[in-house]
Design a protein around this ligand. Structure first.
Ligand code: SF4
Ligand code: SF4
Length: 464
């Protein structure tokens, strides 16, 4: 029997080819390889000639939301339960910094922090209370993380050492362990600090923007002097002597600093970082260092070039080091379907030197965004408001977007800087996000056809 299925239309999936096979990426976050019968039906659907003789197939495609009817509504992830466990604590040990990077979200023109009258350095009592809070709020979960942040994190290294000792003791008493990491500008690294970081398996991310001519454009001291010469020997010492964890470089792309491939080559091959991640600056478009559309197009082209290299490496079973691809592959392997773009205010909180709780490190010291104080805990009404506005349910523009399982509207902080509302979808970069997601899906599909064992790397890897 031939069934007229003109009541059906295509759902919001993304269809792609990889490794000589056809796949669909579904709004549930799942990736399926599709057979010829399905492809043929989809092709006819695209032509508007939706006739089929396979009722079972149509039923399956409807069930998977590849075909939908007028009565179907987007299936969005549920709101997380009120007792969602805390997994990551970001401790901003200080709000002081010895550099004056013009694009810094903490000190630059777009800053949301209001640190006036608040402590500049966190004290031990506040840090201990924060650790206790993390342990109490994550009961039953083994994988918990403390990330040290600033300002410049190492300006309060004595506290960092004390926190590691205290947290390890408290966790061990509960039969648990804690994973530590920090972000630094590398200016204050010493052999003793590097030894401590290595001995304690503390993951390190260095903020670095490439070779001297690019790095020194904006990563400068207060007198305008570039910081490359200061950090280069320290970074080399870190890479040589920190033996227990991969070391990552985090690059902020700005107007004039968009030479992605050259930056990658320098950081990976000249210096020896294990992984390099890139992020365009988060800023309002009228800042001089904002990247305009032509710059972002160039960034995307270069991302794709590096992604192509990544695939070649992966098919040989080798790690390439371009973490923007690895992070997305991790999420695809985990089948994520995000209710929120990230863990901010949910499984992750930031705590500032004053003890104020923020949704993440970028909102630390901002009175407008505080979610309580560490001595009294999370203000559940404020948290609920933040999470409701940031939930995919509230972002109507995203409901028909196939990239939403991974994007979910994008960074709350960027949304606030751009639109004045943490819950606004970041609509200025949708085409870019979809293009990049399609690139990563192609890589995922190609690896799954030709070297599926490589994806084992990502099954347990937690996306950044
Ligand atoms: S912000 Fe744009 S790309 Fe992201 S989910 Fe929403 S519509 Fe899609
Ligand atoms: S994506 Fe944005 S809101 Fe989320 S943790 Fe990162 S900076 Fe914070």
């Amino acid at each position: 029997m031939v069934i007229a299925v003109q009541d059906y239309r295509l759902g919001e999936f993304h269809s792609f080819e990889a490794g000589g096979r056809r796949f669909v990426y579904l709004p549930s976050g799942a990736v399926f390889e599709i057979d010829e019968a399905t492809q043929s039906l989809l092709d006819r659907a695209i032509d508007g000639n939706i006739l089929a003789d396979d009722e079972e197939l149509i039923g399956e495609l409807h069930h998977a939301r590849i075909l939908v009817t007028a009565d179907d509504r987007p299936e969005l992830p549920q709101k997380p339960p009120a007792d969602f466990p805390l997994q990551t604590l970001v401790l901003n040990l200080t709000n002081q910094c010895n550099l004056s990077c013009q694009y810094c979200y903490e000190f630059g023109a777009d800053k949301v922090a209001t640190p006036e009258g608040k402590p500049k350095f966190m004290d031990l009592e506040t840090a201990k209370t924060s650790v206790d809070f993390l342990l109490a709020q994550s009961q039953g979960h083994r994988g918990i993380h403390i990330t040290f942040f600033g300002g410049e994190t190492l300006m309060n290294f004595p506290l960092l050492k004390d926190v590691v000792a205290y947290a390890n003791t408290q966790a061990a008493a509960q039969g648990r362990s804690i994973d530590f990491s920090l972000t630094t500008n590398a200016t204050l690294l010493t052999p003793a600090i590097i030894q401590f970081l290595s001995d304690n398996r503390i993951g390190v991310t260095v903020s670095m923007d490439g070779p001297p001519d690019l790095h020194d454009k904006l990563r400068v001291f207060a007198n305008g002097r570039g910081s490359y010469d200061i950090i280069e020997p320290r970074v080399r010492a870190l890479l040589e002597n920190h033996r227990t964890r991969p070391i990552t470089a985090r690059v902020t792309l700005t107007s004039g600093v968009t030479d992605v491939v050259r930056i990658f080559r320098h950081l990976k091959h000249d210096l020896g970082f294990h992984e390099i991640g890139f992020a365009p600056v988060t800023t309002s478009p009228n800042q001089l260092y904002a990247i305009g559309a032509p710059g972002m197009n160039s960034v995307l082209d270069q991302f794709k070039a590096l992604a192509g290299e990544y695939l070649e490496y992966a098919l040989r079973g080798e790690l390439h080091g371009f973490s923007n691809v690895s992070d997305t592959l991790s999420e695809l392997c985990q089948g994520v379907n995000k209710s929120h773009p990230c863990g901010a205010g949910l499984g992750l909180i930031g705590v500032g030197p004053s003890g104020d709780i923020a949704p993440c490190h970028r909102f630390v010291d901002s009175d407008a965004h505080a979610l309580g104080h560490i001595s009294t805990g999370i203000d559940r009404a404020k948290q609920s408001d933040f999470l409701s506005r940031g939930h995919i349910d509230s972002k109507y523009d995203c409901h028909t977007c196939w990239a939403r399982p991974l994007c979910a509207g994008g960074c709350h902080h960027e949304a606030f800087v751009r639109y004045g509302d943490t819950g606004h979808p970041n609509l200025h970069y949708c085409d870019w996000i979809r293009d990049w997601t399609a690139t990563c899906l192609h890589i995922y599909g190609s690896i799954s056809v030709h070297n599926p064992g490589f994806l084992e790397h990502f099954v347990q890897r937690k996306a950044a």
